[in-house]
Design a protein around this ligand. Sequence first.
Ligand code: ZN
Ligand code: ZN
Length: 101
Amino acid sequence: MHAQCYVCQELFGDSDVVMAPQCGHTFHKTCITQWLRTKKSCPTCRQTTSNKKLGRIFFDIAFSVEVNSADLQQKLDEMSRELNTKVQLKQKADEELRKCQ
Ligand SMILES: [Zn+2]
Ligand SMILES: [Zn+2]
């Protein structure tokens, strides 16, 4: 997800409330409502609009996929570290065993 708010130039974050006029351009709720208090058009395409025409946009699916893949990557890293440690332990044990024989 790399959508940007045209008003403040910031990327949308997980917890941001995102609103869109009927043209479909997306903005932070606070940015667009403030903008529309003085101007009556979309900041991006200048199509006439108003606060009453805003609809909320939800990015749940895209965001949760991103979060999950980061989580999975971290788990994978942890597991391969653990595996490495176990392989090393086994090699040490094998060496000890050979010394005893
Ligand atoms: Zn903004
Ligand atoms: Zn627009």
